[in-house]
Write a protein of this length. Structure first.
Length: 472
């Protein structure tokens, strides 16, 4: 099926294949990064999953709770509220009580963020916010609005929920303005630019992903006569591109965290970065597994003897039962296709992969039939019988007893005895008949040592040659 080509002169179009291999690595980086940005920023389900996971992180919980309590104390005069509540003779302690209540508020805020109902509300708020962001509908969500010339993430409901935990809910509702807890996300003047960038991002993610699949296919197509090696090159491009993305992710973390967070928020920022880029890591490892699949295909179509044997047996189902074989492969392709049904970009990429692999399977069958036209079902039976025979031989040559103390010393002594017996010169025998009998005895002894596993095949053949002498 493939020629064992080892030089550039015997590899047609090697220059073009090297170019497409380089492009495979480049577009791997571009496709991974743009696909991650597209899914992470513009896919509502992915956004909700990531934001929910962030809220479950202890470092991020502490940062969000500290922000909420800070806003609460900045807008509610807790000491004055306590003076109204405490008895007359204890009003002087209102300042101390307010400080103690601050510690209780910090703890209560973090505990509130761990409650299932709070996390569920957070998930619903993020889903509504992201849907509003994608639709760019002003003031349609309680959490995200475009009022007053900017896009805002409003945390006032969270601050009031924390105030409820420490008994200041009514005071918070009365004293905290609607603008408190609002985090500006995007200025409305930038909204048009954001829309253009988002549209371009979606387009580039799809184009780069499709081009990557086509480049891998083109790399293999151009390498006629040495496609097994081209598959290795393409797999190497995928792996190198994926590793480069992982390195970029690791290096960028320090710069991003330093640029966006103050030192006291570094733990939360690092956690947010790690969670937010988990999907990128997942994409990179998925690509590496795809490269491993290409390496398996490379072995299958290579000129190696083991590959030839594998193709000989595969020629039976592909050559004699093509309907059932392609039906099974079609079912696998359908499952793979349905895995991307929830996302248009992923579905189109999966569809292209299924088409390319379908064409490759058809061409592979044609080569199999040409290489092994005599393939028939009994060959599979021969394969099973051959495997059974090899297993039986291995089992029969196992040591008859478990190795114990002195086992290896005894084995070494037996080998030395066999070597000494084999080295006995034929001239020491009194007669030709005795010499023949001695050699038979030695061969019989060697056979027993070989059957019991004391001597390996190589050692057995070497000693046998010494006894019988070199062939004329």
């Amino acid at each position: 099926m493939s020629d064992d080509l080892t030089t550039d002169d015997s590899r047609p179009r090697s220059g073009w294949v090297k170019l497409t291999t380089f492009l495979v690595g480049l577009f791997t980086v571009l496709a991974l990064i743009t696909s991650w940005l597209d899914s992470q920023l513009l896919d509502t389900n992915q956004w909700v999953d990531t934001s929910s996971e962030m809220l479950q992180n202890p470092d991020i919980q502490s940062a969000v709770a500290a922000f909420a309590v800070e806003e609460l104390y900045a807008n509610v005069d807790v000491e004055a509220e306590l003076k109204q509540i405490l008895p007359k003779d204890l009003k002087g302690l209102s300042g101390i009580a307010a400080g103690g209540l601050r510690q209780v508020a910090d703890q209560g805020a973090e505990q509130a963020l761990t409650l299932p109902q709070v996390q569920s509300a957070w998930e619903q708020a993020n889903r509504a916010a992201h849907t509003t962001f994608i639709d760019v509908v002003e003031n349609k969500s309680q959490v995200l609005t475009t009022g007053n010339g900017q896009v805002e993430l409003q945390l006032r409901p969270l601050i009031i929920a924390i105030a409820d935990q420490i008994g200041l809910g009514s005071q918070a509702r009365q004293n905290i303005p609607a603008s408190v807890g609002s985090v500006q996300v995007i200025d409305s003047k930038q909204l048009e630019t954001v829309q253009k960038v988002a549209g371009a991002l979606q387009g580039f993610a799809l184009i780069f992903s499709l081009l990557l699949v086509l480049l891998v296919a083109l790399t293999v197509y151009l390498a006629r006569g040495w496609r097994w090696l081209a598959l290795i090159w393409a797999a190497g491009g995928l792996v190198l591109g994926s590793i480069l993305v992982l390195v970029i992710r690791a290096i960028a973390q320090g710069y991003v965290v330093d640029a966006l967070a103050t030192p006291d928020l570094y733990p939360a920022a690092n956690s947010a970065y790690s969670i937010g880029t988990q999907l990128l890591t997942s994409y990179a490892w998925t690509t590496i597994w795809a490269a491993i699949f290409l390496l398996v295909l490379s072995w299958l179509v290579s000129p190696a003897s083991s590959s030839v044997s594998a193709r000989r047996y595969l020629a039976v189902p592909f050559g004699r039962f093509p309907g059932a074989t392609f039906g099974l492969l079609g079912l696998v392709g359908l499952v793979f296709l349905l895995m991307g049904a929830g996302n248009q970009r992923v579905f189109l990429v999966h569809l292209l992969i299924v088409i390319v692999l379908g064409v490759a399977a058809y061409l592979f069958r044609r080569e199999l039939v040409a290489e092994h036209p005599e393939a028939d079902a009994p060959q599979l039976g021969h394969l099973v019988e051959s495997g059974k025979e090899k297993l039986h031989n291995l089992w029969s040559r196992r040591p008859k007893e478990m190795p114990g103390k002195g086992y290896f010393e005894e084995r070494k002594a037996r080998k030395a005895e066999a070597a000494a017996s084999a080295a006995t010169p034929a001239a020491a025998k009194p007669a030709a008949a005795d010499d023949e009998t001695g050699r038979l005895e030695q061969l019989e002894r060697l056979g027993k040592l070989h059957d019991t596993g004391v001597l390996s095949d190589e050692e057995f053949n070497e000693e046998k040659t010494r006894i019988l002498g070199p062939e004329d």
